[in-house]
Ligand binder design. Sequence first.
Ligand code: SF4
Length: 367
Amino acid sequence: MGSPQRRPEVERPTHSLIERPLPAEALAGRATGPAPRLFEERPREILARHDLGAAGVHYTLDPYRGCQLACVYCSARPMHEHLGVGGERWGSGADFATRLIARPEAPQLLDQALQRRRLRGRAVQLSGATDPYQPLEAALGITRACLDVCLRRDAPVGLQTKSALVLRDRDLLLALHRGPGVHVAVSLASLDAARAAALEPGAPPPLARLKIVERLAAAGIPVGISVAPAILGLTDTDIVRMLTAAKDAGASTAFYLRLRLPGLIEPMLVRRVRATLPDRARRVLAGLDGHGTAPAGRRAHAEDPMEQIFCFTAGRLGLAFTRGAPWPSTVAQLEARWAERRAPAAQLPLAAARAPERAAAEQLSLL
Ligand code: SF4
């Protein structure tokens, strides 16, 4: 998942969690390991506001916290360290995938938020720190209910997922595409099933994710491939084939995000790579140096051979591509499209006010 680049300013979770029985559907496909537990949270606000400077202000929505897909590199893991129940304090390791939080009031809170005038035409990105289509969604349907609210309130939607459950909502996604706008990004870090399973144990195999792209594209829904996180020693050997396969499957866009490892995530990744990918461990571990900090702008771009291969290949294939977390550029483009469509109907001031965000998104076309 593309994590937020800065901490949200508006979201005010209560952190008062009530344990609920875990629905049987939420256990589908679960590997061995500790049994998940489900908690409900009732935050006062559901949209997290991100001020990204020149890239504008954007909003994300997390219907859940924690993620059953359990990617070892997930940058949302450290957020779980601020959670717990009773005297129990959770951690960013196994707890992230087994102490799951649902926000059942998310659709109602979203509906209230989208009635505010200042949010008219603003896009909602699902999600910032979880996969909105993790197995829990099959039982609870919070993501689907949020999409329905966006459709009714004329709000564009950006989605990022690794899960085939997104296909369940093709009806709503197509209606959103024909209305306010939608874009789905499917994430992929490797084409090798065993390597992907080692790092993303709860996610579908890479070929299944390409099938998601194919089925969404066949349904007429704008879809792209998110090469994220790009891991040196793992992604570089697959990147040309990944982009080619995505293009063949019907992707129109491509994103590139180099691996970054906040907090305690790097030691977790190191242990996992040593234990499960011995043939790749030396190269992957050598490529981890310095990934705890953001790359230094253009210099980092110029020095990243994987990124150069990505840009060259995506351009050659005719994919609209961008670098960095997919969602800020995606939602900016969706908002620009929304404003343009409504410009003749007295929306010109809104379109003009978004000029900086349009500039940030200009290298990516979702149209
Ligand atoms: S699917 Fe996304 S949110 Fe879930 S664990 Fe993986 S990277 Fe994190």
